[in-house]
Ligand binder design. Structure first.
Ligand SMILES: [Zn+2]
Ligand SMILES: [Zn+2]
Length: 257
């Protein structure tokens, strides 16, 4: 199988002791490409993913300010992001969006920084990676007004109705370990209705490990569990999921122009 982990935090401190081995384990499972998310602890450090992409073949980067860190953004932050978006290893802007679960940054700041970054992505003609938690109506509202390009609804955990709204926005839906959780019937129902050409898979490692690894540190190699479950939900084999999600990733991340 040839798989892409569309969303992983390889810069996370939990991976520091064994990152080379972790990437090797991913390769053994057919996961040769990974998109590592560059948000880390937020400004002023914005290029951690770029550094990893330079070090590991098959690893590409994003840059962006996570909603948790929105209150750390200053005018210079956006100038720096604009420059980083010109790097060839930076495929997308993300993860950006709204998180009203933790409210680590005031909601007004989250909305402003989200909108500002949508403008940067448009200017750079690069896709976006969206994080939304307990903020669905505001997220969709902002996207409807401010975004017409391609993007990924990362770690999609909504229901069928929300999946339809994301699809109407032209977005791809990326499924992670939550899909395997016992209580995630609504997510599985949503995963069943997404057209083949809008489907992606991810780990969001080190978070949200799929069953049977739930509660442990997640890593890209574990993504095969999510792929198997997604295949059974959609009544296809895992190789088909690998084919379509890899093709989707490559198409989505090729230059928009
Ligand atoms: Zn996220
Ligand atoms: Zn993430």
């Amino acid at each position: 199988m040839n798989l892409v982990d569309s969303h992983v935090h390889l810069d996370h401190e939990q991976f520091r002791p064994d990152l080379d081995a972790l990437i090797e384990r991913a390769h053994e499972q057919g996961i040769r490409r990974m998109l590592t998310i560059g948000t880390a602890d937020g400004p002023p450090k914005l290029d951690c993913a770029v550094e990893l992409a330079a070090r590991y073949p098959g690893v590409s980067a994003t840059v962006g300010v996570h909603p948790h860190e929105a209150s750390k953004a200053v005018a210079g932050t956006f100038d720096e992001l604009r420059a980083l978006l010109r790097e060839s290893s930076v495929l997308a802007l993300g993860e950006i969006g709204l998180d009203y679960h933790y409210d680590f940054s005031p909601r007004e700041a989250q909305r402003e920084v989200f909108i500002e970054q949508l403008r940067l992505a448009r200017e750079a003609a690069k896709p976006i990676v969206i994080h939304t938690r307990e903020a669905w109506p505001d997220t969709v509202d902002i996207l409807r007004r401010e975004w017409t390009g391609p993007g990924i609804m990362h770690c999609f955990t909504g229901d069928v109705q929300q999946a339809r709204e994301a699809l109407e926005l032209g977005l791809h839906l990326s499924f992670g370990g939550v899909l395997t959780f016992n209580k995630a019937d609504a997510v599985r129902q949503a995963a069943a209705i997404v057209p083949d050409d809008r489907l992606l898979v991810e780990t969001d490692a080190p978070y949200l490990a799929p069953i049977p690894h739930r509660g442990k540190r997640n890593e890209p190699a574990f993504m095969v569990e999510t792929v198997r479950r997604l295949a059974s939900v959609r009544g296809v084999d895992a190789a088909h999921i690998a084919d379509v999600t890899t093709a989707n990733f490559l198409r989505l991340m090729s230059p928009i122009n």
